[in-house]
Each structure stands twice: as C-alpha cells, then as structure tokens.
Design a protein around this ligand. Structure first.
Ligand SMILES: Nc1ccn([C@H]2C[C@H](O)[C@@H](COP(=O)(O)OP(=O)(O)OP(=O)(O)O)O2)c(=O)n1
Length: 116
C-alpha cells in the first residue's frame, strides 16, 4: 500500500497536479472509477467467482479500473491525513468484535439484527 501511495505521489508531483488533487476532487474521481467498474458488470446478471466467460480484454479492463479505484482511495486517505494501512487493521479488529464467528457463522445479517 505504501509503495502505491508513494508512486502516485511521485506521479502527481511530476505533473504539478497536486493543485487539482484536493480531497473532494479525489473523492469524485474515486466514485467515477467505481462507476467504471460497475459498467463492466452491468446487465450481466449474477457473475460467479473467477468471472467465467469473461474475455482476457474484459479481465484486463477490470484490473485497470480496480487499480484506479485503489490509487484514488490511497491518495484520498493521504490527503485526508488518514493512515490507511493502520486504519484498516484497526477497523478489521473492530469487525471481528462486532461479528464474532461463533455468533454469525453462515449468516450475512447485519450486526444490528442480532439480539443478545
Ligand atoms: N488528474 C488525474 C488524472 C489521472 N490520474 C491517474 C489516476 C488514475 O489511476 C488514472 C485515471 O486516468 P483517467 O482519468 O484517464 O481514467 P481511465 O484510465 O479510467 O480512462 P477512461 O476513463 O478512458 O477509462 O490516472 C490522476 O492521478 N490524476
């Protein structure tokens, strides 16, 4: 994650693009790229793991769009002064507490639907 963040910082510095990369713009760019990922899935119905039937070109396009999402996400976090690698670990620990395996095994219900 840190390597990707650093490479994108170099990319924007080299082009004097930090002037355009404020948090709101990065968020809009991120959402736009999520839209491009969605476009690849739209009208296909359910898609199984591994994307059976997808061409190599479609798979490569998906890899590109997912990469764009990650690049903008990491830069957005940086410009918001969020240490994303650390934050993700903290959040995953919280998720484990919120969804104990013994309690939720095999169920996709949201935590608010579980009564003690
Ligand atoms: N102002 C910009 C423009 C681009 N990029 C970088 C980050 C993304 O990884 C990628 C996005 O490029 P495009 O906006 O050209 O989007 P796509 O690559 O998805 O092209 P297209 O929209 O034609 O599919 O380039 C960036 O950091 N800042």
């Amino acid at each position: 994650m840190e390597d990707i963040r650093r490479l994108q910082a170099e990319f924007t510095d080299e082009r004097d693009w930090n002037q355009f990369h404020q948090p709101r713009n990065l968020l809009l760019a991120l959402v736009g790229e999520v839209g491009e990922v969605s476009e690849l899935f739209q009208w296909r119905g359910e898609v199984a793991e591994g994307l059976p039937g997808w061409t190599e070109r479609e798979r490569e396009q998906l890899a590109h769009e997912l990469s764009d999402v990650l690049i903008y996400l990491l830069e957005l976090a940086e410009k918001c002064h969020v240490d994303l690698p650390q934050a993700v670990l903290r959040k995953m620990a919280l998720n484990r507490l919120k969804y104990p395996a013994s309690k939720v095994h095999g169920s996709a219900k949201k935590y608010t639907e579980y009564q003690d």
